[in-house]
Design a protein around this ligand. Structure first.
Ligand code: SF4
Length: 359
């Protein structure tokens, strides 16, 4: 087994040839580092980069972000998913404005106390922006270290996580923290990948315990299997003769909190929504009588980490939309796209535009 220093030297040597130039690496601004880290969580760099650039342009400073209305922040985030990140980002910006005089904190514990910032993000910010010796431990780092060190215990157990954190803290010692952290994450993301890494060409092949013991496919081992939930959303596009439509502000603690969608009947099974249920829902929720219901559309599928969603859209004509109260809003149908909408709805709206269904 090479020493800690040798591990870091080999890693940094490998990274020299593959380091990517990314906009948020250009300066050591903690606000921009934080913004990029939150945006890039569970997001590919190619998808997240345009969002990072839009945010920096709209909100050049943390105070600009803190002062913005939440609806504007959510709208800018539209399409990126995991919307709690946007709400937490806005909340943390207000905390920094109000409790840290608008100055991004420099201490790890203060950064960790911000909403939406976990140990990984706090370590990334202090190492990238301030050069402090904190090791990042994300899924990529867990995979690299558990394979390299031959850790066969379940990585979703807290004792194993503690061990990996200790090893990560030892291995970063004496290196440039920003370069080391970037290198190990990039190594996990691009080389020591979950499936079929090219171990024979790897800089660590001689020393990697998982490779030498034929355990690469088994490590990292997880005890719990994630159970996916399937949900069926029947969206009602309720519109009247005056060009109005009903939308809903999602406020419950569920997916897409703070975003807007249409009134929805959710079902646990694939069954079609029958006319009786639809009429009952409309009269109980809005007191409206249906004039006409047009088709359900094709099924739109959207996959989240723990959920698979299917959405169908029903066009419901009523004479006049009245008596709308929270969480519903009556808006002009041409204004719908100015609200922050989940991807399932924007995908549907793209098709609707092509089919000009309301004409
Ligand atoms: S030898 Fe294979 S499993 Fe080990 S660190 Fe290299 S790529 Fe990962």
């Amino acid at each position: 087994m090479p020493t800690q220093a040798e591990f870091a030297i080999q890693l940094l040597q490998w990274h020299k040839d593959v380091d990517r130039r990314l906009p948020w690496k250009e300066d050591k601004n903690p606000y921009k580092t934080w913004l990029s880290e939150i945006i890039m969580q569970q997001t590919r760099v190619a998808q997240g980069t345009p969002y990072y650039l839009k945010f920096v342009e709209a909100y050049p400073t943390i105070t600009d972000l803190a002062d913005a209305p939440e609806a504007d922040v959510m709208k800018l985030w539209q399409g990126l998913g995991y919307y709690s990140r946007a709400r937490n980002l806005h909340h943390a910006a207000k905390t920094i404005r109000d409790e840290f005089n608008g100055q991004f904190p420099t201490e790890y514990d203060d950064i960790l106390s911000l909403k939406g910032v976990g140990k990984y993000t706090a370590a990334a910010i202090v190492s990238f922006a301030y050069g402090q010796e904190y090791a990042v431990v994300d899924g990529n780092v867990i995979r690299v270290l558990s394979r390299y060190l031959g850790i066969t215990d379940a990585v979703d157990h807290s004792a194993t996580q503690k061990l990996i954190n200790q090893k990560a803290t030892q291995l970063i010692k004496g290196s440039d923290p920003a370069k080391y952290n970037q290198a190990i994450m990039d190594f996990g993301a691009t080389y020591c990948t979950p499936k079929s890494p090219d171990c024979t060409q790897c800089v660590f092949s001689e020393m990697c315990r998982a490779h030498n013991n034929g355990l690469v496919a088994e490590i990292p081992y997880k005890a719990k299997k994630i159970k996916k939930r399937t949900r069926y959303f029947h969206y009602l596009i309720i519109h009247d003769n005056n060009g109005n439509i009903i939308i809903r502000h999602r406020q419950e603690k569920d997916i897409w909190q703070s975003l807007f969608d249409y009134p929805c009947i959710e079902m646990e099974t694939e069954d079609q929504l029958n006319k009786d249920s639809l009429e009952k829902y409309l009269s109980l929720t809005f007191g409206h009588k249906i004039r006409e219901v047009k088709y359900p559309t094709k099924k739109y599928k959207h996959i989240l980490t723990h959920q698979t969603l299917f959405g169908q859209f029903y066009h419901v004509e009523v004479d006049e939309i009245t008596d709308i109260s929270t969480p519903f809003l009556r808006v002009e149908k041409s204004d719908v796209e100015s609200y922050a909408l989940p991807v399932l709805l924007t995908n549907y709206l793209k098709d609707e535009e092509e089919l000009t269904l309301f004409d």
